[in-house]
Write a protein that binds this ligand. Structure first.
Ligand SMILES: Nc1nc2c([nH]c(=O)n2[C@H]2C[C@H](O)[C@@H](COP(=O)(O)OP(=O)(O)OP(=O)(O)O)O2)c(=O)[nH]1
Length: 125
């Protein structure tokens, strides 16, 4: 199975993390996620995270720090999540694709359901 390479941005400001709800129609739909999406040709993690944050949220990350890489096989897809932490950005976050957004206190993240691959990220933040 081809591995889908995904840039994932964990946006943390004042101990709150920005999470978004995936649309029902998407892979892993209905679950909460960290903003991000598939890499385009030749992009670095910083470039992909900046593009996805702008496309999905109307913000431009100003600091992008690599956090980890997670490889995970779902039944129907294999993903490689390249995860970064964003501690500063330009703009005001807005769910441009109609996706619900929540600034979740870090200690409340366990109240939300994330895709299985995210468990490894949740342990690190
Ligand atoms: N963005 C994001 N994707 C995640 C997370 N956890 C996780 O397993 N994924 C998986 C779900 C999808 O299979 C893949 C991301 O694909 P996507 O559909 O969001 O990417 P995209 O916005 O570029 O997609 P597209 O609709 O433009 O095709 O990574 C996460 O926290 N954030």
């Amino acid at each position: 199975m081809a591995v889908i390479k995904v840039a994932v941005a964990v946006i943390i400001i004042a101990d709150r993390v920005l999470i978004a709800k995936r649309a029902k129609s998407q892979h892993q739909g209905g679950l909460w996620e960290f903003p991000g999406g598939k890499f385009e040709n030749g992009e670095s993690l910083e470039q992909a995270a900046q593009r996805e944050c702008f496309e999905e949220l109307d913000i431009i990350p100003a600091s992008v720090e690599p956090l980890t890489v997670i490889e995970h096989d779902y039944d129907d897809k294999s993903v490689r999540l390249e995860v970064c932490v964003v501690k500063d950005y330009l703009g005001v976050p807005n769910g441009k694709e109609g996706q619900p957004l929540i600034w979740c206190p870090r200690h409340r993240l366990s109240d939300y359901q994330f895709p299985e691959a995210n468990q490894a990220i949740l342990k690190l933040i």
